[in-house]
Design a protein around this ligand. Structure first.
Ligand SMILES: [Zn+2]
Length: 437
């Protein structure tokens, strides 16, 4: 693909334009060097290219840290945050275009939305491209990492924990990798999420109700770790194809430009300074450690530093039943996204269900929900029985209960076994108050 380096360059330049410090990787006081992953989303329209969202990060919260108020970012991997920031920008952009129906360019970018009946949509000429400085965690990287450890299979028929390798040929989905001795995250791997976005779009349920499906046209990966590009490319395409079936998949390409704070770049820097440093394996953190922070940004806003799902340096006290204060939350957390969508719908004269919870508003986008249920093999389960099924799946994954009977779901569905916390963790209203049904 001609534009791989162009897409990477825009993201890298944007990253470099943010000052040093803040949430960027650093050398710790104990002498350990931090690294991270960078992801960005680039918009191409009428032969113009603009980076609209950017994020770094390699951390996800363990299950016991998740919030019922929607006020924390549960998954702070770079790709996931970049996607959240991109959809925020898209909605802001729609509002800007709707407020100014005359100008052909707004804020230096050509118009990208048209009105389709009672909804909006991207013009044919507008496309989104995902850049990531390395392969996403999960199947896409596992298939290419030669020294991957072969652990025992997880007990679930379909969900594997982190880097556990599958010995069968069945397509599995897996959760985010983490230290084997740490409490697990129930967030699904970025490989699975990217495959899911390929089929469902990157916009999520609420924005689907406003602008329909937004697909990724291409997927650009930094190739520092994989010198045999052709082989890596073929494996990536195969893996995505296996998860996505015969539908369209983004064009995959490798970029040649290095990312300053990638594991490989930081390792090289470290070895130049300390030739005897220990950098041998993914879990060896004596001298080289993944950064605990994330940075997230969308065009037109200031970059935010994130740690453990909230703003860096923010006050973390919650009053009883209340969410974190707005200044402690990321603009991209579920609660702020929900508030933004409700506000946007008012400004766009679109129908709103007053006092509905975040979960109810998502469920109300039936076309999107039905498609998602089909992909997760849930169509055969009565909607009233789903919360119990989902809770049992999470409990079983955490080793607290047996797995629900595989016969309940369509185990051939590409994302059968996907862990969702929507019933227990998305019952909050636009004030962040949990509504107990
Ligand atoms: Zn990831």
């Amino acid at each position: 693909m001609d534009h791989a380096d162009q897409i990477a360059r825009l993201c890298l330049q944007q990253y470099n334009s943010f000052g040093k410090g803040g949430a960027k990787p650093r050398i710790r006081q104990d002498g350990r060097y931090e690294w991270t992953v960078l992801a960005g989303i680039v918009l191409s329209v009428q032969s113009e290219w603009h980076c609209i969202a950017l994020a770094t990060g390699v951390k996800a919260l363990p299950f016991s840290h998740l919030s019922k108020h929607g006020d924390l970012l549960h998954d702070s991997h770079a790709e996931v945050l970049a996607r959240r920031a991109a959809r925020h920008w898209l909605l802001q952009r729609l509002l800007d275009e709707n407020d100014d129906l005359i100008s052909s360019h707004l804020k230096g970018i050509p118009r990208i939305f048209v009105r389709n009946d009672n909804r909006f949509g991207l013009i044919e000429d507008a496309h989104l491209h995902l850049y990531c400085s390395t392969l996403p965690c999960g199947d896409l990287s596992s298939s290419l990492i030669a020294d991957e450890k072969h652990d025992n299979e997880a007990p679930s028929p379909t969900v594997l924990r982190g880097r556990t390798m599958s010995s069968s040929t069945q397509t599995h989905i897996r959760t985010k990798p983490g230290r084997p001795d740490a409490e697990p995250s129930i967030s699904m791997s970025c490989s699975d999420k990217i495959a899911h976005w390929t089929l469902m779009g990157i916009q999520g349920a609420l924005l689907y109700g406003i602008i329909g499906k937004v697909s990724l046209q291409s997927y650009v990966i930094g190739n520092q770790a994989f010198p045999d590009q052709a082989d890596a490319l073929e494996k990536c395409q195969k893996m995505l194809r296996r998860k996505c079936g015969n539908g369209p998949i983004p064009q995959i390409a490798f970029a040649t430009l290095p990312f300053l704070h990638s594991r490989e770049s930081v390792q090289e820097d470290l070895l130049n300074h300390k030739p005897d440093a220990c950098v041998s394996g993914p879990s060896d953190e004596r001298d080289l450690v993944p950064s605990a922070n994330s940075l997230v940004w969308c065009l037109g806003a200031k970059p935010q530093g994130i740690v453990e799902g909230h703003r860096q340096g923010a006050a973390l006290r919650r009053s009883a039943g209340e969410p974190l204060r707005q200044s402690s939350r990321s603009t991209f957390c579920k609660l702020d996204w929900f508030r933004f969508v409700c506000d946007a719908k008012k400004r766009l004269d679109m129908q709103l269900t007053p006092n509905a919870t975040y979960s109810e508003c998502k469920e109300a986008i039936t076309e999107y929900r039905n498609h998602k249920d089909l992909l997760r093999g849930l169509s055969g389960i009565n909607s009233l029985d789903r919360p119990a099924y989902q809770q049992q799946s999470i409990n079983a994954f955490l080793g607290q209960q047996s797995f629900p009977s595989p016969s309940l779901i369509d185990s051939e569905a590409p994302f059968a076994g996907w862990l969702v916390s929507s019933h227990s963790l998305e019952q909050f209203n636009h004030n962040g108050h949990e509504i107990v049904q």
